[in-house]
Design a protein around this ligand. Structure first.
Ligand SMILES: NC(=O)c1ccc[n+]([C@@H]2O[C@H](COP(=O)([O-])OP(=O)(O)OC[C@H]3O[C@@H](n4cnc5c(N)ncnc54)[C@H](O)[C@@H]3O)[C@@H](O)[C@H]2O)c1
Length: 295
């Protein structure tokens, strides 16, 4: 089998379960060498075994994405085993805890932003230098969410973290194009995984998220309906095939749920109206035709 992925190496954070594992299986079946890195050591060992059973070349590395040092160690281990890394999938993420702006604990914000935002920053900073150096180009896929395309009530921390992932993907796509590294933001809606059980991976340093009588959630009803939506989501294996399809045609935003087009179009229309309001403003309207200078 020969294709644009075969013989190359993919490093997947959160690769022991859910979306990350489905991507590991899909790219492994396409002939890639797979590095799965995950905080859950037991699930990691099980995932490694499953990939080996499917005749996929695999390396499993324990990793907490909030640690830059652990990311560096993972990149070193991957290169020692398989040589150059061609694909980075920043997939590890946590769902946070549904809650209103005044009840969501600061510790919850820190946990969600550290894993979902700094985890992606750490992964890219640790891996991009090697990907640039070998000069063969490649792919960086940052797993954002439909929540990164539009704010979500009672999920402020999660939505903010995913908006940051979309934004970083846009910045890095522009920066890394000259190195032939394609950066995309994967923005799924609901996928049937264990994302609603993210507290299972809570690191000891964020224990305060659970302390003082437990996490402050919006309401049991809201949590139950979030769970039901994830349970009714698409299978991760379908998402993985969609990612391959999108990479093959160079899609920078990878959408898996076309039914979400109208809410996002509604947001875009509101932004456009806001520009029209600025154009009509006696204060700033005169700036309308000024040349835009971009870096
Ligand atoms: N499932 C959905 O509906 C959905 C929708 C949009 C986006 N996403 C995103 O997809 C990504 C994958 O989530 P999933 O749905 O597969 O959930 P999941 O909980 O099933 O899998 C997440 C994986 O990441 C690992 N992980 C968690 N914290 C980690 C850390 N600090 N360091 C390393 N690994 C860690 C977990 O052990 C697990 O293997 C996340 O970024 C999530 O936000 C999921």
């Amino acid at each position: 089998m020969s294709n644009e992925f075969s013989g190359k190496t993919a490093l997947i954070s959160g690769g022991a379960g859910g979306i990350g594992f489905a991507l590991a299986e899909e790219f492994g079946q396409l002939g890639m060498k797979i590095v799965i890195a995950d905080i859950d050591k037991q699930q990691l060992a099980e995932a490694e075994q499953k990939l080996q059973d499917a005749n996929i070349q695999v390396l499993a590395c324990p990793l907490d994405v909030t640690s830059y040092q652990q990311w560096q160690d993972t990149v070193t281990a991957a290169e020692n085993k398989f040589g150059d890394i061609h694909m980075l999938i920043n997939n590890a993420g946590v769902g946070g805890i549904p809650g209103s702006v005044d009840t969501t604990k600061i510790e919850t914000w820190r946990w969600v932003l550290d894993v979902n935002v700094m985890g992606v920053v750490n992964g890219t900073q640790a891996t991009a230098p090697s990907m640039k150096r070998h000069g063969q180009g490649g792919w960086i896929i940052n797993v954002a969410s439909m929540a990164g395309m539009n704010g979500v009530a009672y999920s402020g921390a999660y939505a903010a973290s995913k908006a940051a992932v979309v934004s970083m993907s846009e910045s890095w796509a522009a920066e890394l194009k000259k190195h032939n590294i394609a950066v995309s933001a994967l923005c799924p809606a609901f996928v049937k995984t264990r994302i609603h059980e993210s507290l299972r991976n809570l690191q000891p340093e964020y224990q305060a998220v659970k302390d003082q009588g437990g996490p402050k959630i919006a309401s049991e009803k809201r949590v139950n309906s979030a769970e039901a939506l994830v349970e009714s989501g698409i299978p991760p294996s379908l998402l993985a095939k969609r990612v391959v399809e999108a990479l093959r045609s160079g899609q920078r935003y990878i959408f898996t749920h076309p039914n979400f087009r109208s809410p996002i179009a509604y947001r875009s229309a509101k932004i456009d109206t806001a520009f029209a309001d600025a154009e009509n403003s006696p204060l700033v309207g005169h700036l309308k035709d000024d040349e835009i200078v971009m870096l």
